[in-house]
Design a protein around this ligand. Structure first.
Ligand SMILES: [Zn+2]
Length: 402
């Protein structure tokens, strides 16, 4: 090595050391951020009745929350009954039942491996992540996700809500708890037993108390572990009928749900955007859809959302992409809401077919929509999917009530 070369090395080394000192000075502990998620499901909670408990609930005081809808869009390809199997699987996969396949509560049903749950997607992307699913209503674990969630570290079913809560506190205390999903069932049980009324309100109060204990634990843990970035989401699988004792149908009340979070979420949850051609009852379809929860969790956990996943939901963190993507099969039209000056990349059945200015908010497929197609609309690295129904297929609306 020549002297000048050696000097250059010394200078480089000194610069590197100085740079190291500089960063050390700014940030004494430079450990990477560890994203963590706790997803709390409360079965069969009617938002209006939860709100009637008053302003002192943990939901109201400690979380940001917004109205949302379950059950897909009435009369369209995404429609599904407002019951637990389809609802929880939509929350956990980010797609409607016309993709995940759990169209009822039949325990013989399994989610379609083409549309895996958060558990499987996280297991594949983060092989050493600690994943837990603790539920009161067993079929979530023992039927629909039986194969899908095989890689979980914890999978417990059939615990009453108090035991679900205790077990979750234990997981949050003693494990890496990268992604934890829990389901509390007692509000739904109270609704079935006696409809809306004091017993239902009592069950909601108890669920809210449990939410409070879980939030306390997350806050305590986040304080002790400042490198952990915690996302807590609270949601429900469906609303309830007029009396509160049943659900499954297509009424506004049964379709009305909520999504709440410890983090402020984006405009998809906070600023409704109405699909003018089909606003739904009282503009319900302008609110976030139940499909939004899964892409939100995936993005928080550091995964890039991929077009080939064909997720139906708009993420509630970061860029929304186009909003309210939808198809009108008879006109061979894709519609969406956007005021972006960007370009939407349109994929059809796995191929990019065209680019369209986002502000145009529509595109007509020159080949028509006689077949069932999977479209993906991608804007700002945020894909959102629509599966169409063959135009020839008659739509039979089955009333299922549980
Ligand atoms: Zn129920």
């Amino acid at each position: 090595m020549s002297i000048s070369k050696a000097l250059r090395w010394v200078a480089l080394l000194a610069a590197a050391l100085l740079l190291g000192l500089f960063f050390k000075g700014c940030e004494p502990r430079q450990s990477p951020i560890h994203p963590k998620t706790l997803l709390i499901g409360m079965d069969g909670v009617q938002l209006q009745h939860y709100e009637q408990l008053g302003g002192d609930t943990h939901l109201q005081r400690r979380l940001f929350s917004g109205k949302a809808y379950a059950g897909g869009v009435n009369g369209r390809a995404s429609e599904q009954p407002t019951i637990s199997g389809p609802g929880w699987m939509t929350l956990l996969t980010g797609v409607w039942a016309n993709k995940h396949g759990v169209i009822s509560n039949a325990e013989s049903l399994r989610i379609d491996p083409e549309f895996p749950s958060l558990f499987k997607r996280l297991r594949e992307a983060l092989p050493s992540a600690y994943l837990s699913s603790v539920v009161n209503w067993s079929p979530i674990n023992t039927a629909f996700l039986l194969e899908d969630a095989q890689g979980n570290n914890v999978r417990e079913s059939g615990l009453d809500d108090e035991r679900v809560t205790d077990r979750t506190l234990e997981i949050l205390e003693n494990t890496p708890a990268d992604f934890t999903f829990i389901q509390l069932d007692e509000p739904d049980e109270a609704g079935h037993a006696s409809g809306f009324g004091p017993a239902y309100q009592f069950a909601l109060r108890e669920a809210d108390d449990r939410l409070g204990r879980l939030l306390d634990k997350v806050e305590e843990r986040a304080y002790k572990n400042p490198q952990e970035d915690w996302l807590v989401i609270v949601c429900t699988d469906h609303g309830r009928d007029f009396w509160g004792s049943g659900h499954g149908g297509v009424t506004e009340q049964e379709k009305t749900v909520f999504i709440a979070s410890n983090k402020p979420l984006n405009e998809e949850l906070n600023q409704p955007s109405i699909p003018e051609d089909n606003p739904g009852p009282n503009n319900l379809y302008g609110y976030a859809a139940q499909t939004s929860v899964a892409p939100t969790v995936l993005r928080h956990m550091g995964l890039d959302l991929k077009p080939e996943w064909r997720l139906d939901g708009t993420p509630l963190l970061g860029a929304t992409g186009v909003r309210k993507a939808r198809a009108i099969e008879a006109d061979a039209k894709l519609l969406w809401n956007s005021d972006s000056s960007g370009t939407v990349i349109i994929h059809k059945n796995g191929q990019v077919v065209t680019n369209v200015q986002a502000y145009l908010q529509q595109w007509t497929d020159p080949q028509g929509m006689r077949q069932a197609n999977d479209y993906v609309l991608e804007l700002d690295d945020t894909p959102v999917a629509v599966r169409t129904r063959p135009a020839s297929k008659p739509f039979i609306l089955e009333e299922i009530s549980y």
